[in-house]
Design a binder for this molecule. Structure first.
Ligand SMILES: *[C@@H]1O[C@H](CO)[C@@H](O)[C@H](O)[C@H]1NC(C)=O
Ligand SMILES: *[C@@H]1O[C@H](CO)[C@@H](O)[C@H](O)[C@H]1NC(C)=O
Ligand SMILES: *[C@@H]1O[C@H](CO)[C@@H](O)[C@H](O)[C@H]1NC(C)=O
Ligand SMILES: *[C@@H]1O[C@H](CO)[C@@H](O)[C@H](O)[C@H]1NC(C)=O
Length: 377
């Protein structure tokens, strides 16, 4: 499953038709890129086309940069940092909620990927249907995927093409310095090879939450660093904010920040699992992906009492370090308070009192403190 290493996946809830909701996230982060309809200049000499991963663009000659037919240069004095907007509707996307717009998204992505500081825009007031798709990097720096409208998969995984993964919808991988802003009903998973990724304004659920991993499968090396997820709403999901690694991996997950996340009836709201195993028969191994510098700031809302809201199961041999909790306040959605958060080999600090109270996070540092650099990332 090498293919799925290094992915940033976006999961979608497929159980319900997706409705624009009017949660505060939408309101607070509702900004639009002005489309400048007079401009039609083509970006001059896009830099050499990115190296692309096998699944998507196997046969395109990679050194003939794709020149977008009609990009809209953006007014640089406006707040956006993007030079160019690649509106998917200019690549043939219809956004009527029926037509398959996958090809248009791929084309817009391909074009934007080759240009520095480009934005792929899925404009508001439209519903785009796209099937499970891999958007691969490396891309030129500063790429933004801005979903103002709604992205949704066609009728749920049962109807997806056989070859598509039924668990992941949009897959991004090998991306450095990328921003995702979303307002549809989308969810995200970040795999190895992702660094400097900023994710803002996603709404997840029902179904999956936001996860990093799974990492380190088959004793592989995984490197994920500097990921910020902020202003998200997660509702009715199996997981909230999860970091999962297999035993036996190497590498590190460092400098991860979850900020301003609202939970609504979520299981496993805050979870680090370094014993991830699909078969229940994974043997114990000593090496592990080092997890360090994880910040949970302003995480509020309700949990499903079926599972404890906070669970840190770190590696026996490589402790998790520098976990920061600040303004974490989680209450039962229904039923009794669960007041026994679980920690194993987890070190960190609480800047404010966490609810439910968490006494198991160890202060200071483990005896055997390791440097991230030792893990080869
Ligand atoms: C931003 O762009 C809009 C339309 O493109 C323009 O009317 C407005 O003046 C711009 N703002 C600034 C600060 O230049
Ligand atoms: C972390 O990523 C952000 C972009 O999301 C970038 O602006 C920032 O410089 C990065 N920080 C480091 C230390 O690389
Ligand atoms: C792995 O280690 C745990 C804790 O030490 C132990 O409970 C479990 O039985 C071990 N599993 C295997 C497959 O050896
Ligand atoms: C702890 O992690 C934060 C980022 O989450 C980082 O800024 C800080 O330097 C780390 N502290 C130590 C002692 O490594």
């Amino acid at each position: 499953m090498e293919l799925f290493r290094g992915v940033l996946l976006i999961w979608v809830s497929v159980m319900f038709s997706i409705q624009i909701n009017s949660s505060n996230v939408h309101g607070r982060y509702h900004y639009h890129k002005k489309q400048n309809s007079k401009g039609s200049s083509v970006p001059s000499s896009p830099v050499s086309a990115p190296e692309v991963a096998p699944p998507l663009v196997p046969s395109t000659p990679s050194n003939s940069p794709y020149v977008p037919s009609n990009p809209y240069p953006n007014d640089p004095t406006n707040t956006t940092k993007s030079e160019y907007i690649f509106d998917v509707t200019n690549y043939g996307a219809i956004g009527d909620g029926y037509t398959d717009d996958t090809t248009a998204f791929r084309e817009a992505w391909k074009a934007a990927c080759a240009v520095e500081s480009a934005t792929v825009l899925a404009p508001s007031d439209k519903t785009f249907i796209i099937t499970s798709t891999i958007f691969s990097g490396p891309c030129q720096p500063g790429l933004v995927l801005q979903v103002d409208g709604i992205l949704m998969p066609p009728d749920g995984p049962e109807s997806w093409p056989e070859a598509d993964s039924h668990k992941q919808w949009l897959v991004f991988y090998r991306l450095d310095d990328m921003t995702f802003t979303g307002r549809g009903d989308d969810c995200i998973s970040i795999g190895t090879g992702c660094s400097n990724v900023d994710i803002d304004g996603v709404t997840c659920g029902p179904s999956h939450g936001i996860s990093i991993g799974s990492l380190g499968v088959h004793n592989s090396q995984a490197c994920v660093s500097n990921i910020t997820v902020r202003n998200a709403v997660i509702r009715e999901s199996d997981n909230g904010l999860r970091i999962k690694t297999w035993q036996g991996g190497t590498g590190s997950v460092s400098d991860i920040s979850f900020e301003n996340i609202q939970m609504e009836n979520v299981r496993n709201c805050i979870n680090i699992d370094q014993y991830y195993c699909l078969s229940r028969a994974c043997r114990n191994q000593t090496s592990a992906v080092y997890v360090t510098g994880i910040t949970y700031r302003t995480i509020k809302g309700t949990y499903d009492v079926l599972t404890p809201p906070i669970h840190f199961a770190c590696s026996d041999t490589v402790a998790c370090t520098n976990i920061t909790m600040s303004e974490v306040e989680l209450l039962p959605h229904e039923g009794e308070l669960i007041d026994d958060p679980f920690c194993w080999n987890a070190f960190g600090t609480q800047e404010t009192m966490t609810i439910p109270p968490i006494n198991c996070l160890q202060e200071g540092k483990p005896e055997k403190l390791v440097e991230v650099s030792q893990f080869g990332c």
